[in-house]
Ligand binder design. Sequence first.
Ligand code: UD1
Ligand code: UDP
Length: 380
Amino acid sequence: MNKIKVMSVFGTRPEAIKMAPLVHALNENPEIEPVCCVTAQHREMLDSVLNIFDIKPDYDLNIMSPKQTLADITTKSINGLDDVYKKVKPDLVLVHGDTSTAFAAALTAFYHKIKVGHVEAGLRTFDKYSPYPEEINRRLLGAVSDFHFCPTGNNANNLRREGIERGIYITGNTVIDAIRKTVKPEYRFFSDELKALDLNKYRTILLTAHRRENYGTPLENIMNAVKDLVNEFPDMQVIYPVHLSPAVYDTAHRILDGVPRVHLLSPIDVGDMHNLMARSFLILTDSGGLQEEAPSLGKPVLVLRNETERPEAVEAGTVRVIGVEREDIFNNTAKLLISGDEYDKMSHAVNPYGDGMASNRIVQAILHELLRLPPPADYR
Ligand code: UD1
Ligand code: UDP
């Protein structure tokens, strides 16, 4: 029997975390010949995820360079993937989300007339420059892809409004598949830096920040607001695993080095991250993934951006978009530290992003599209 050849392509930490459950589901399906290719747009941060989820890529383009530009990522990915597609000739290429790797992988597949499945399709802010360049990557991916695996009904409606009618599936987000496997009550941290911290003595605010549109003044505002918060609240500490991007790393260390109760860590592995989230008081972040993970753990999230493409948890009340001004960040965070009522309102667990079955639905949708097997039922 001829199997269908499905190639997963990804390159950054969040893509790897969210593709890992799908890579495993593809590996387990007898109708599918799975192939895994990483661009390694991220190196260390990608390898950490590959390690935790025990994924050994068949192809590794190793494209990362320090302070890489968007053009560097896109051109190196296209050139590398051109060769890989020529050799492997997949029936379907799967890409994830909105990174430059995903866009380049889909465009190159189109050049080879290979079908493209887009995982985490249909997210939109409707603001061309925010997030930058991700909003445009997503819209271009929508145009190039044949199959659109949308986490929510809202995402599917965004695509329909753009005139896309075929190949839309509502699957839930694969990140919920991943987090169901990592969070455990008896979990022990792997990172020595984390092991050395006392999570019982202080209320812990977990911070992450890395978006390109926040480079410069917005990042400085975030760091200064953190300094204001620890000065005002002696019973809290901030744990910040700092992204390896030099634009982020340099700003974070310049402003926060030596500030008492602010702990700047190296990136932590995803098991440590999910379990640290579960043990934190609240989360300050500009990350996309954390906005999806934290609500399922009942942790309030204050988003360090002016918009979000993930309105579902905002509507459910556990996520609030607070912008990137120093005073706004301080005031919104202080409100949750002071008021039990405000905190309680935001800290109920909600799960608008999935039920842990997204990868299975995506595999079923692939088999429906390529082998005419029955389609999956939509998530919600
Ligand atoms: C990328 C994605 C962004 C995603 C983010 C997740 C694009 C354009 N951006 O942004 O959508 O939210 O990943 O983290 O696709 N670096 C290392 N080691 C690593 C990773 C990064 O040294 O393991 C440094 C390198 O100097 C690299 C820089 O970080 O040049 C920036 O990486 P890049 O992938 O260009 O941008 P991110 O901000 O990580
Ligand atoms: N994450 C991690 N270690 C860290 C910081 C984040 O494992 O030190 C995880 C986090 O739990 C989420 C993903 O990385 O699953 C989010 O990645 P990032 O914030 O870099 O990208 P985004 O989601 O904004 O695209």
